[in-house]
Design a protein around this ligand. Structure first.
Ligand SMILES: NC(=O)c1ccc[n+]([C@@H]2O[C@H](COP(=O)([O-])OP(=O)(O)OC[C@H]3O[C@@H](n4cnc5c(N)ncnc54)[C@H](OP(=O)(O)O)[C@@H]3O)[C@@H](O)[C@H]2O)c1
Length: 242
């Protein structure tokens, strides 16, 4: 892997993330919020309805590396229904290393949306870690091996700023990695709640599918490039909200 910006030269995913400590110095009333997405050259965030086929193994390594460095991981119900998440950190040695850094062994898994979820997914059946679901649904989730807390949001939809305040105040979440999807992303950007964007740009054209951000923003969001990495024809950008 080559670093193109800043200071061109050889690098690796672990070199790039080695000093990355997103949990340090969060805003007072919410976690630092970092987005991670993969896109094709024509701006698509899915191939045949899935995100997995977009990126290479290096993209997976970047995602796995990021997950090691956050208190919590958040996704929308749409992404959960498609991607059927399992336990986010399955390797006990990685959980130990997280604890040594002062992070919880398992990141808190945060879901936003209805309770129409794939309850047979490993995230719920594994028994490890904890899940918080912010929902406007009135029903109850089925019994799960993994502890699930439901936070009810009246009014038909979850307010992202309220949910983030709750995560910071009640769960001590200092750094939150949002892995999508596009509709959740647009709400975070619209609310000025997205601090950083890690974007993998895959050298692929697909011609159809969702984009990384679905939903108009009240104003154009401007971002600054923090780094740009290259592995073959794939690019890995990290942006910070201006
Ligand atoms: N390329 C990438 O990096 C990447 C990353 C993630 C996902 N994806 C792709 O994106 C697609 C899924 O797109 P999506 O837009 O459906 O994903 P999403 O944003 O994860 O889910 C949208 C759903 O989340 C719930 N939701 C979002 N905001 C809410 C709010 N404020 N209040 C209550 N519920 C809320 C709703 O769930 P209910 O419908 O249950 O009410 C809504 O239908 C899949 O193809 C996936 O593979 C790509």
């Amino acid at each position: 892997m080559e670093r193109l910006v800043p200071e061109p030269g050889p690098t690796s995913v672990s070199d790039q993330l080695g000093d990355y400590r997103p949990w340090e110095g969060p805003p007072a009333d919410r976690p630092r919020v970092v987005l991670n997405f993969a896109t094709t050259l024509d701006g698509r965030a899915s191939i045949d309805g899935r995100s997995g086929p977009i990126g290479s193994n290096t993209d997976t390594a970047m995602l796995v590396g990021l997950r090691k460095r956050f208190d919590a991981v958040m996704i929308g119900a749409g992404t959960m229904r498609v991607e059927h998440y399992g336990r986010v950190i399955s390797d006990p040695a990685v959980r130990e290393r997280r604890e040594a850094l002062g992070l919880p062994g398992d990141p808190l898994m945060v879901l936003i949306g209805s309770l129409d979820l794939p309850w047979d997914a490993g995230l719920f059946t594994d028994g490890g870690g904890r899940v918080v679901i912010f929902t406007a649904d009135e029903g109850d989730p089925p019994p799960t091996a993994t502890p699930v807390e439901v936070v009810r949001e009246p009014g038909g939809r979850v307010e992202m700023a309220t949910a983030l305040r709750h995560l910071r105040a009640e769960h001590e979440v200092r750094a939150l990695l949002c892995e999508g999807g596009p509709r959740l992303h647009s709400q975070l950007q619209a609310g000025g709640l997205a601090d950083e964007l890690f974007l993998t740009i895959a050298p692929k054209l697909v011609g159809a599918g969702t984009t990384i951000l679905e939903g108009a923003l009240p104003e154009v969001a401007e971002l600054d490039l923090e780094w740009l990495l290259q592995e073959g024809s794939e690019l890995f950008a990290r942006y910070r909200r201006r």
